[in-house]
Ligand binder design. Sequence first.
Ligand SMILES: Cc1ncc(COP(=O)(O)O)c(C=O)c1O
Length: 348
Amino acid sequence: MKIPFRRTVARMEGYVPGEQPRDGGFIKLNTNENPYPPSPSVRRAILAEADASLRLYPDPDATRLRRQAALTYGFDPSRVIAGNGSDDLLAMVARAFVGEGDVLCCPVPTYTLYDTLVRIQGGRITGVPYPGDYSLPAGLAARRAKVTIVASPNSPSGTGVPTAALADLADRVPGVLVIDEAYADFASETALSLAREKENVVVLRTLSKSFSLAGMRIGLGFGHPAVLAGLNKVRDSYNLGRLGLAAGEAALRDIGWMEKNIAKIRKTRSALLSALPSLGFSPFPSQSNFVLAKRNRGRSARPVFEELKRRKILVRYFDTPRLSRCLRITVGTDDEVGALLAALREML
Ligand SMILES: Cc1ncc(COP(=O)(O)O)c(C=O)c1O
C-alpha cells in the first residue's frame, strides 16, 4: 500500500535523538544530561501528586508552574508559557510561524531539531554558517525570515553569544527572534531580560539540563503576551501532565539545589577543558554543560568515538563535513570525566 503521507513527511528523515543505550554500564556523556539527581523536593512533589487526582486532566494553563516561573525569573505570568520540554515550545514556534514554503533562519551548525520541525511544516531552514570562532554571523537579519532562532549557548559548539549582540539582532530582524537558552544556566550571561524588553523576542528555557529533569519534559518560554497568545493557539491543551507540572514547580522553588550542581559542573568543565589539549584535541570555549573538542592535525574523530564506545564511554559524534573532526562531550561527574580522560590518554 502507498501510505498517503503528506509529501514533506514522506520525504523527510525524522529527527534522530542521541543514543539512549538499553543495557547499563555505559558512562553516558552523549546527550548533555545532568550527572546529578534533581532536588529531593521534586520527588516529594511527584509522590504527593501521584494520587487519585491522576484520573483528572491536568491544568491546561499550567497556572502554578507559570506563576512559580514568573516569580523565579521576575516576569509577569502573562509572559510565561510552559512546554513539554523546550522541544514542545520549539514545535509550537514552528507550527505558529512556518507554513508551506516559509523559511526559518538560524546560524549553523546548531540544534538539528529546528530543521526537522520546519520540514514538518513544509518549510525550510536558511542557515548562515557560524565563523570558525562561533561568534554570531553577520547576515542573519538580511535573510528577512519571519522567525530567526539562535541557540545560546549553542549546541553542538557549546559557545555563547553576548546579550548585546542578540539585542542588536532583535532590533534588525523583520520578525521574531527566538533565543534558545537550554544551556543558559551554565553560562556567564543570559539574554532573558530581552524577553521583557523587546516585543519580538522569545526566550526558551528547559529544566532538562541544569535542573536535572530531562526525564520529566519541562520547558518554559518567556515573551510578549501577544506572541505567547499565538503559541497557545497551537499548543496541545494538556501538554504537561500533572506530575510534570508538580515537578517543575518544586524544582524552580529549590533553585539553590540547581545552582550547587551548576557550580560542580563548571568546575569539572574547567578540568576537562584544560586536559584536552595535551590529548590531541582543541576544545572550543564552553558556556554549557558539554565541550566540543576538535581533533588536531585534520584527523577524523570517528575512530576515537568508536573506540570510546567499545570501552563503554558514549560521547556524541556528528558525521558532517564541519563536525567530523569533533567530539561533543557532556560534562559528567569528576569520576566520569576522569575515566574519559584516562581512556583518551591510553588511546594516544
Ligand atoms: C539547543 C537545545 N535546545 C533545546 C533542547 C531540548 O531540550 P528539552 O529537553 O527541554 O526538550 C536541547 C536538548 O538537547 C538543546 O540542545
